[in-house]
Design a protein around this ligand. Structure first.
Ligand code: FES
Length: 164
């Protein structure tokens, strides 16, 4: 049974609701705390479902539209579920020249994943990034905190298989 009938959401457990309540209680009297509250709630749930945004708005005594506006303005916030691992693929010139397109196609085909999307099983989120600042290692892919250089299409599946 959901702890929070009105705002019930399959991705938010009762345990999470308790933590969310604690975050709101801590910050509800602080003007301008909505970004902090959104960030801490996103850390708890992994993203910001609409029901959670409405709940935060109620708890902070703010219009939902205002909280939604903040959540959609900052790239820090995600309104869609994120994968357990974020895969950043560099689409900058050096990486492009060294064949990152083929690497990207291989990932998309093997993991049924599109750039900008999260896989069905929420294992990976795939992002294209202009330059990852490691052009000497091109083509480059970053998974979570790990940078992988000289990534070849025939190696990439093996690399990603280590991230469960
Ligand atoms: S162009 Fe890929 S890391 Fe710079």
């Amino acid at each position: 049974m959901c702890h929070n009938e009105k705002y019930c959401h399959e991705d938010i457990t009762n345990d999470m609701w308790e933590k969310i309540d604690a975050v709101i209680q801590t910050h509800k009297q602080t003007p301008g705390a909505v970004i902090t509250v959104l960030r801490e709630c996103q850390d708890i749930v992994n993203y910001l479902p609409t029901q959670l945004i409405d709940y935060i708005a109620d708890g902070m005594n703010l219009p939902s539209s205002e909280v939604f506006g903040v959540a959609s303005f900052y790239s820090l916030f995600s309104l869609k579920p994120k994968g357990r691992h974020t895969v950043k693929i560099c689409t900058g010139t050096a990486c492009y020249v060294k064949g990152i397109r083929e690497v990207l196609s291989r990932i998309e085909g093997e993991f049924d994943l599109c750039e900008g999307e999260t896989s069905e099983n929420r294992r990976f989120s795939l992002q294209g990034v202009r330059c990852l600042g490691a052009c000497g290692l091109a083509p480059v892919m970053v998974v979570g905190e790990d940078t992988h250089g000289d990534v070849k299409p025939e190696k990439v599946v093996q690399i990603l298989d280590k991230y469960k």
